[in-house]
Design a protein around this ligand. Structure first.
Ligand SMILES: Cc1ncc(COP(=O)(O)O)c(C=O)c1O
Length: 383
């Protein structure tokens, strides 16, 4: 008999896959509703449709550009981002979403058996990529969803495990809170590991706090902390989740190496054109984010008035706890109405919680009306 070809794989064991979300079509089938009635409050994308500048760039995109390869150096977009961030273009690496750069960083830094420290709950890809790379993942749980791990806990975990990589998601998905920069700096200064700060939601934090994004970013710490990398995404704050673009800001000493390890052309010229247009109209993007941040506060107040626990958030989403034990009842009731919120498996530390993205006002109205309807049906009585 021929030998089992699975032995030819580098790691024969079945790695844990990233849990994919059901598509709109699948949701529509589950809910028994037309697909155009489905609203995704579960993916943290930008409510309100494409930014006007992005829609205009799409309409005027010359499809002849799709026939040819784009600029492998990404000079235009890297130059624009570098100017915005106050760093040299060499320090900016472009990827097909932050996801791709999570893979790049993981594989650059850690391999078979190396420890990766991940404060949880957080964005799942850090752990998935560490697992795929054969790393030992050290998940450091919160004592409560609203109480982030202390600097000492993270540093101790990194030191004890001789970790090569530490993830800090700030603001954190799904809890919505951010690590103050002095905590990020203290972690990076105390560990002998690469520390990556995932700032996928940072622009919302800036708009939430009425501050400049730059003043909240760990990029400003990089000159004195050479082991600190910063990851950003244009999926959320600029509404480009489907276009796929993120970027990594590395210190000078790492720029050439990252350039050598990246894919030549992960992002297409259409996406690059949309991203350039979004960045050229920062006021338009900021206006939209302020609307979303306002809507987030409105949803939070309405749910708190119904007796739900609502964690403070500086992002475009909320982590909320409906009255005792009713998270899955709420999620199910909303789903039947075509409204999808993020729920968690019964064995998760977040089993009693839901994550809800603030979207456009009329969509949020639909969500709140549905929650009130469920409450009136008697399904959501608090205990
Ligand atoms: C914290 C965090 N980082 C990264 C990503 C992935 O971003 P992208 O769509 O750019 O791959 C997400 C998406 O949900 C996220 O929540």
């Amino acid at each position: 008999m021929a030998p089992d070809p699975r032995r030819l794989l580098r790691r024969p064991a079945d790695p844990a896959a990233y849990p994919t979300e059901p598509s709109d079509d699948e949701i529509a089938a589950m809910a028994g509703r037309p697909v155009d009635e489905i609203v995704r409050f579960d993916l943290n994308t930008l409510g309100g449709g494409p930014l006007p500048a992005v829609a205009a760039a799409h309409a005027s995109f010359d499809t002849a550009r799709s026939v040819e390869y784009g600029d492998q150096q990404y000079a235009a977009i890297r130059g624009r981002l570098a100017a915005m961030l106050g760093v040299s273009p060499e320090r900016v690496a472009i990827g097909a979403g932050a996801d791709e750069l999570i893979r790049l960083v993981t594989r650059l830094v850690a391999g078979e058996g190396d420890a990766v420290v991940i404060p949880v709950p957080t964005f799942g890809m850090f752990g998935v990529e560490a697992g795929l790379a054969g790393c030992t993942t050290l998940q450091l749980p919160r004592h409560e969803p609203g109480l982030r791990q202390s600097v000492d806990e993270i540093v101790d975990a990194a030191r004890r495990s001789a970790a090569r990589l530490v993830w800090v998601c700030s603001p954190n998905n799904p809890t919505g809170d951010a690590y103050p920069l002095d905590e990020v700096a203290a972690i990076a200064a105390a560990v002998e590991a690469i520390v990556v700060v995932d700032e996928a939601y940072l622009e919302f934090a800036a708009d939430s706090l009425g501050m400049a994004t730059a003043s909240l970013s760990a990029i400003g710490l990089q000159p004195r902390l050479p082991n600190l990398l910063v990851l950003r995404s244009m999926a959320k704050a600029y509404g480009l989740a489907g276009a796929r673009i993120g970027y990594l800001v590395v210190p000078d000493w790492l720029a050439e190496r990252v350039n050598a390890e990246r894919l030549p052309l992960p992002v297409g010229s259409h996406t690059e054109a949309l991203a350039l247009a979004a960045l050229a109209d920062e006021d338009g993007a900021a206006d939209r984010r302020r609307l979303i941040v306002h809507e987030r506060a409105r949803i939070g107040e309405a749910l708190a008035a119904l007796g739900w626990q609502v964690l403070p958030s500086v992002t475009n989403f909320l982590l909320v706890r409906p009255p005792a034990g009713l998270a899955s009842v709420v999620a199910g009731g909303l789903l039947r109405r075509g409204l999808v919120v993020r729920d968690y498996s019964p064995d998760s530390s977040l089993a009693a919680w839901l994550r809800i993205t603030a979207r456009a006002p009329h969509e949020n109205d639909r969500l709140l009306a549905a929650v009130r309807e469920l409450a009136a049906e008697g399904g959501l009585a608090g205990s």
